[in-house]
Design a protein. Sequence first.
Length: 330
Amino acid sequence: MLELVTGGSGSGKSAYAESRICEWNRQDPKPLFYIATMYPYGEETEKKIERHRMLRKGKGFETLEWYTGLKLHLEEGSLQGSDVLLECMSNLVANEMYMESGAGYHADQAILEGIRELNQQCSNLVIVTNEVFSESVPDSPEMKEYKRILGRINCEIAVMADQVTEVIYGIAQQKKKPDTLVNRTEKSGVDSNKSGEFVMCQKENRAHIIIGGAFQGKAQYATKIYPGLELTDGFNCLLDEIGNCVAVNEFHSFTRRWLSEGRTKEELLKMLEKNENLQLLISDEIGYGLVPVDDFEREYREFHGRVMTELAEQADCVERVVCGIPQRIK
């Protein structure tokens, strides 16, 4: 059994993950390991490490401090038949990318090879990752590459996983259950997706909207349910092109450009309303994190949020993608 657990900072995902692996271990006792990936590089990280040690105290874990080279640690089958909690993938990615002993540009390949080997050896495996994909301020090239690699790894693990869970303020939301590939809310106008096949939302009047954090597999999902549909790139298309395009990817980039040109929300919504060909909008969620200091960034984040709120109200179907897994929210 492999479960991927994601969530924001302080969301309660660590406590949930520990409860899951300990529950399985009580039902069928076997060696229980905790793979710690946070390197103690300062007072702040040392405090976090100590907090997690206290959470695990008395639960039977043997701690393995493996910061890089996961597959190398597993070469002799050291965890065969055991129960394992790995925490956290966001630290492991940073270690592999930036530590001297890490894989550098090949971090995603090295980590995924290690996870596949770990999954083969373990009886039960819980992997904790982090939601860091929903910010409005543009990332530096280094941070964008880090998020791209972490996003790709999260999506790949989600495909391998029997279960994927997002923890929101201590509340566990199942994104993928053991008996289904995609756990989609069954509502009028959408086919149940128990077979694991992607099913297109039924469109009546307005566009289908797909949202989620950066690098969550939104565009890949869209191409599966709309094969052959050409996606207009919102990052570099002409602004007036929005009036006749069929599908827009990176819509959050388009709204940034629209606002930077001094054009209004009302103008944009009116143009979209007149576009009878529009079938699909794909957008990052950017309303999370700290309020930006820069005046334009604050205005942009609120502008995009209000545009998306009105579009979602009119839409026939809105889906949110987490770790490559879609869930219908309207």
